[in-house]
Design a protein around this ligand. Structure first.
Ligand code: APR
Length: 234
């Protein structure tokens, strides 16, 4: 087996579940009570910006009360100690990877704690209730800020960087994602086609499990620290 030098990790809502954040498609799923079309599309925002802002304000409020779990902490340790290339691609919009200390990180679906200006495309730290139309710090236009979240129908962030990392990966690891949403759900096939070994760590088998060389079933807070110990000791 080739020595592992370059690793790409994909994380989903499951890695934050043990921190207390709801996943999307579980029994207590985030979409429960909200139709996706009503809150997570550009059309929904144009139709009812206050409802969409309220949905994200509630998710930010939930974020204030949680902390990174051992899975986030273990990935941050890997980030600090791994001598080769590493990219943690997260579908999550929470900031738990950062708060655990990860730096080689890419939010492909945007970030709850960031606002995007519709007038000048600048991103800024989310500051207070966007609903009352604060001005964009970059261009000064008031009422032009939207959640910096990639909605259904919009292009994910960082795809060129992700594709370049997958092309060089020796190892692709998927953690806590259902494999329900593309393009993330297809990353395992891209990595495998470029010769990477593929590993899935998840609470249950996912839609993509058959595509992985190996699937380990269990909570991320238990599986990820053990896996990081193994890969750093190899
Ligand atoms: N440890 C590991 N895996 C877990 C845990 C846990 N403690 N708890 C749940 N899981 C798994 C579930 O079994 C499921 O396979 O995490 C996965 C979560 O799946 P989803 O809720 O579909 O979340 P995700 O895969 O991140 O969704 C992808 O869909 O709605 C869009 O943009 C949204 O980024 C999101 C994307």
């Amino acid at each position: 087996m080739t020595a592992v030098r370059n690793i790409v990790i994909l994380t989903g809502a499951g890695i934050s579940a043990e921190s207390g954040l709801a996943t999307f498609r579980g029994p207590d799923g985030l979409w429960e009570g909200h139709r996706v079309e009503d809150v997570c599309t550009p059309e929904a925002f144009a139709r009812d910006p206050a409802l969409v802002q309220a949905f994200y304000d509630a998710r930010r409020a939930a974020l204030a009360g949680v902390v990174p779990n051992p899975a986030h902490v273990a990935l941050a340790r890997l980030d600090r100690e791994w001598p080769g290339k590493l990219l943690i691609v997260t579908q999550n919009v929470d900031d738990l990877h950062e708060r655990a200390g990860a730096t080689r990180l890419l939010h492909m679906h945007g970030e709850l704690c960031s606002a995007l200006c519709l007038a000048c495309d600048a991103r800024s730290r989310w500051a207070g209730d966007l609903g009352d139309g604060p001005a964009c710090p970059a261009c000064g236009v008031a009422g032009a800020l939207r959640p910096d979240i990639v909605w259904f129908g919009e292009m994910p962030y960082g795809m060129e960087r992700i594709e370049a990392a997958l092309a060089q990966a020796d190892l692709f690891v998927s953690i806590g994602t259902s494999g329900a949403v593309y393009p993330a759900a297809g990353f395992v096939q891209v990595a495998a086609a470029c010769g990477a070994r593929t590993l899935e760590l998840n609470l249950e088998r996912s839609a993509g499990s058959d595509l992985f060389d190996e699937t380990c079933i269990g909570p991320a807070g238990v599986l990820v620290p053990g896996w990081v110990d193994e890969v750093l000791a190899a």
